[in-house]
Design a protein around this ligand. Sequence first.
Ligand SMILES: [Zn+2]
Length: 182
Amino acid sequence: MFVYVSGRRCLDFAGTVKHRDSTREELLTQPERLSDWAVQAGLVDRPIDVTDADLAAAIALREAIYRTVIARLDGRGPRPADVTVINEWAVRPRLTPRLHRSGSVSREGSAAQLLASLAADLLDLLTAAEFENVKRCAHAGCTRLYLDSSRAKNRHWCGMSTCGNRAKVQAFRARQRAAHPT
Ligand SMILES: [Zn+2]
């Protein structure tokens, strides 16, 4: 199941591998899953054709995005190979919305346009002042990245429905155990 809690599409995309540091779980297991992800993200209206090669390229880009964000958070520069991958996609044509004569708007494109849009979203984020609010989820095992858009900038979890509630329940149980030792 995909979740979109990161506040930026490039970060949601990086989150399509769960638990990177422990029980790593790949969510993009089939080419169609990339299409599903894009539709559920609202980036395209209808399923797109994704080949095995597109999926491999998507995963390579996703890992480059993840490593590049982590490098920036750690105060390091990105890997040269990741810079190449990201730039190769960022210069390509992106997904484009289209206005129809009926007045409706459709969002469509190819797998390549999807990857170009995600690479461009990362570059927008890296140049934005709000990058200082990009955080790693504090929940043990969760490796999602997110943009903290709360007013006080005091969010600790990627999302309440994903990790926040679990963390609160665990803290509550720990307090109960401390208060009522058996
Ligand atoms: Zn989390």
